[in-house]
Design a protein around this ligand. Structure first.
Ligand SMILES: [Zn+2]
Ligand SMILES: [Zn+2]
Length: 395
């Protein structure tokens, strides 16, 4: 298939090496995480992990480690050892964990290795797990990173995130974990936008699996109200501008992000028609990462297309141009974002998070929006869920 052979494909979609969920060896190798901080007190604002006097919750500690690693751009597969250890520890329960820890047999549990066993044992003993203390010391919360008050203000104005993935496609965490993380960041809603069927490498959802997902989301929404998981998809824009999912299903979803993931180097004329056709489709709402560029590592050049024609189409049909906040994407480039604004487009500032910790990346998009003078009222995810849904069903 085209997308499987296209050498320009992004890391977002790279397959995770089969069976590669190793127990982390010592400390993660990410450069931001390497130095051993000295004498740093744990952050005071994490009651779930830091508040207890005696035993800490080992599951919360493992989940917090995973979150911080994700936030620090560690690849999802490397974080998986902590996520699966947290799930295993949660299933075992505190009594069983205590019993195993007392006899040094935590590693008997499936998916628990040296590092995760240490974290659990330290938490049960009422100590801050060393691994976590080191990560917390390196972690820079959103608020601490922001210098420009206008950026902080815009971030505060965001009520949701319109582009996120779960482990139903190529994300690393279950839907409920993603949703709780979004809620804990202060969001009122999150749109779940897993991939469409043609993206087999990213486990794109068949119509049948998407229908199953919708049932689960309905159940989760009952539990999590008033927080809302809005239904959605990141649907592939096919080479001819068609959309990679059944029409009736697309029509039933709350928000549809449409993105190009294959044949990114097709000629400008064909790419322009492809994107225009997708944005003219009544079921699409947001144009995802429009240039497809990658700005880290070897990188990937922007797709070429007539941006004036594409953005004019978005504006005419009331479709939003996404500001993709992933550090390796930061798409569109500012000159194109300004162009989209000139055409009168609305925008959506999204993370494209594939893991809970990545939901914090929205600040990147806010910085770009402020740099390009995006008016707050033109950012669709500053709207409440009712208004967002009314907008999405209006075109
Ligand atoms: Zn995408
Ligand atoms: Zn995505």
């Amino acid at each position: 298939m085209a997308e499987a052979t296209d050498p320009t494909r992004g890391s977002e979609l790279a397959p995770e090496p089969a069976g590669l969920a190793p127990e982390p060896e010592g400390f993660a190798s990410g450069s931001e995480l390497a130095p051993e901080p000295e004498g740093l007190a744990p952050a005071p604002d994490r009651p779930a992990v830091h508040g207890a006097d005696s035993a800490l919750d080992p599951v919360a500690a493992l989940e917090r480690i995973a979150y911080l690693l994700e936030q620090a751009r560690e690849p999802t597969y490397r974080v998986r050892a902590f996520r699966s250890a947290a799930a295993t520890a949660g299933k075992a329960g505190p009594e069983r964990l205590t019993e195993l820890a007392a006899t040094g047999r935590l590693r008997d549990l499936r998916g628990i290795g040296d590092t995760t066993a240490n974290v659990i044992a330290e938490a049960l003993a009422g100590q801050q797990p060393h691994y976590l203390v080191r990560l917390e010391a390196e972690h820079k919360p959103e608020a601490a990173r922001v210098i420009d008050p206008a950026v902080a203000e815009l971030r505060t104005a965001l009520r949701g995130d319109c582009h996120t993935h779960s482990d139903w496609s190529d994300g690393g965490s279950p839907i409920d974990v993603m949703a709780r993380a979004a809620r804990d960041l202060g969001h009122a809603y999150v749109v779940l936008t897993d991939h469409s069927p043609r993206l087999t490498i990213a486990h794109g959802l068949s119509p049948e699996r998407l229908r199953q997902q919708l049932e689960l989301v309905a159940e989760l929404n009952e539990e999590m109200a008033p927080f809302r998981i809005l239904t959605g998809i990141e649907v592939d824009i096919l080479e001819d501008g068609g959309l990679d999912q059944d029409e009736d299903l697309l029509a039933s979803l709350d928000v549809v992000v449409a993105s190009v993931h294959s044949k990114l180097r097709m000629d400008s004329e064909a790419m322009t028609l492809r994107m225009i056709r997708a944005m003219e489709h009544p079921n699409t709402d947001i144009l995802g990462h429009c240039t497809g560029r990658i700005v880290v590592g070897r990188g990937r050049p922007e797709s070429t297309f007539d941006a004036d024609a594409v953005f004019a189409t978005c504006a005419r049909h009331g479709k939003a141009v996404e500001i993709n906040s992933r550090p390796e994407r930061l798409d569109p480039p500012k000159r194109l974002l300004r162009k989209a604004l000139d055409h009168g487009c609305v925008v959506s500032i999204d993370t494209d998070a594939h893991a809970p910790g990545q939901l914090e990346w929205q600040i990147n998009g806010c910085e770009r929006a402020v740099a390009c003078d995006v008016p707050v009222e033109r950012v669709v995810n500053t709207w409440d869920a009712e208004r967002l849904l009314a907008w999405a069903s209006s075109h």
